[in-house]
Design a protein around this ligand. Sequence first.
Ligand code: 3HC
Length: 687
Amino acid sequence: MPVTYRREGPVAYVELDNPPVNAIGLDIRQGLMDALDWIAGKPHLDRVILSGKGRAFAAGADAREFDAPPVAPHLPDVIRRMEQSDVPWIAAVDGVALGGGCELVLGCQYRIAAPGALIGMPEVTLGVIPGAGGTQRLPRLVGLEDALQMISTGKPVKAAQALELGLIQDVADDVIFAAQEVNAELLTTLPALADLPGPEANEGAVSAARATADQKTASQIAPQCAIDLVAQSSSVDFEDAMQQERATFLALRQGDQARALRHVFFAERAAKAPGWLRDAAAPDPTHVAVVGGGTMGAGIAYALLNAGLRVTVLETSAEGVARAQDNVEKIISASLKRGLINEAKAQDRRAHLVCTHDYTLAADAELAIEAAFESMAVKKEIFTKLQAVMAPDAVLATNTSYLDVDEIAAVLNDPTRMVGLHFFAPAHIMKLLEIVRGQATSDRALALGFALAKRLRKVPVLAGVCDGFIGNRILARYREAADSLLLEGALPHQVDAAMRGFGYAMGPYEAQDLSGLDIAFANRRRQDASRDPAQHYVAIADHLVDAGRLGRKTGAGWYDYTDRQAVDSEVTRIIETESATAGVTRRALEEGEIAHTLVLAMINEAANILQEGIAQSARDIDLVTVFGYGFPRWRGGLLHYADTQGAQAMQEGLEALAQHDPLVWEPSPLIRTCATQGARIAGFSHD
Ligand code: 3HC
């Protein structure tokens, strides 16, 4: 039963029981209505204690229902009936009370939470707003400013802060016991929040919330709608405002942004445990060797330490060891300074770290992750050394971004132990982990990759071997297409503005300046031998590198950084010269055309990647682009976005571009098939 209820003397107990997180679906809403009917017929009750079974009070409305029309009883009606009940309700919150779960709490007259509880309304992160009274009850309880902050950002608060805000009346280890102890007479005096007057108006707080939403969640509708509704609580009658809230909630939940955000939410969760891995036993490492203590290696080491693992960083020299130690220490200190860890945890991280050039200290590690220089010779040497000291069943992983995992694995006696674990910098922060399956990679090694991702709280995506795997291959095509637009008439700042307008936090040229132009340059040189001679190669980026413009680190790249990021006439000159050399008459390009062209280039590459089996599903490509490459989450990822446009439109757009350059713009066979069949790309999967 999703809701159970029973009585002990004057106390009724109502418990939500819908594992794993008590999402509030139809069964729970109906169960609560049944409980209310049952309570209405019971004399001599002085309280109803509402709690959640398991690890959550309630995670909010069941978002899996959002694609279908709403079915009664609706949550706002359930909560209104709780408020109007003759018997006062007490919320006993242990675990999370989020979204509709928090709204249930607000429907109770007394609210108690365990110290570890988390309470809030993250609806905007799913592209909706609180739809069961949250925008009206919360400001009546905690005031306009705090309600605006909580609802428009979606950030939940811990129990102690909830107490400080006045959201709850008590914090207790044993919430049920504390609820039993609340004075019965006091309970009868507590008003329902719906009956309280609205909060005082606060124009300043509303403008501040809007400014934050404009900056942090630009282009997203839900935060602005939430602010409108919360602001109304100070002037509009409760019942009228509730109707507006409901109408807004229902309209938003079927909109493109909410669909996209739900898609990412469920895709992220589904990625953790792909069906094909169910039967593979995952070794659970306790000790991991990381080869290379540079920026990437240090980030990986710190992520592992954070997950409670013992880490040995292997370097080649005493200087390398000192540098590795220093790099990890910098991350520990920064985390300490930002309050992400306390001193005890910092000490714990230090105690579990060894930096050394003695490979034998890694002998008992169950996993090694190589994060050294991108050179095939260097990597082969490292794996030969690791093989010599580590147990024969230890898994050996390379963090290479581009090199052929199969060629690296060939140096091993047993190449089934080799897997690619492609982290993204900074590795302790970025959530994406590409897990690369080589020709020989065993399911055991892959299972370890997925188990490790879970432990590190990362989003794992399986990728096949090709140049750049999934993410960097799409990125390379993105950059190549952007450079073609420069040749045609655009300038870097126009391309960057166009992509920011599309929803990226940064355009491709600002991003390159930040990461440095040298790595991509080295990759292009590596690819020179295999590049199709018929391809129109755009050498603008090469000219910048030749001129020593490697990005921010050299004070100049696509922009000048003498003072702050500024358009540089020298770059404009290089670009215009290149156009002239190629015989191109430059033309003005609109931002819309730029964004459309670049997104189309990425979609086409992604469709090829999917068709070739380098990615298993469109969902995986969406996760890679959102969690590793800044594709706007509210657009649902690259191929989710493609499906909103339709394969037919994609094909037509590509064919138009192919008229000028058929080699790179030929529509992917997958797009052609989907266009012919009227099918969604999301429907294609190798899973
Ligand atoms: N609806 C449907 N399913 C949900 C859900 C929800 N609101 N919240 C979690 N789940 C599911 C997950 O999909 C996952 O399913 P799976 O096991 O089949 O993959 C399972 O519950 C466990 O979730 P997590 O893997 O995320 O478990 P964690 O322990 O890591 O996190 C959590 C738990 C903090 C509750 C996290 O799941 C979460 O943030 N959930 C969403 C909370 C939210 O946004 N609530 C608002 C919903 S909208 C709403 O309430 C509208 C209302 O105002 C009317």
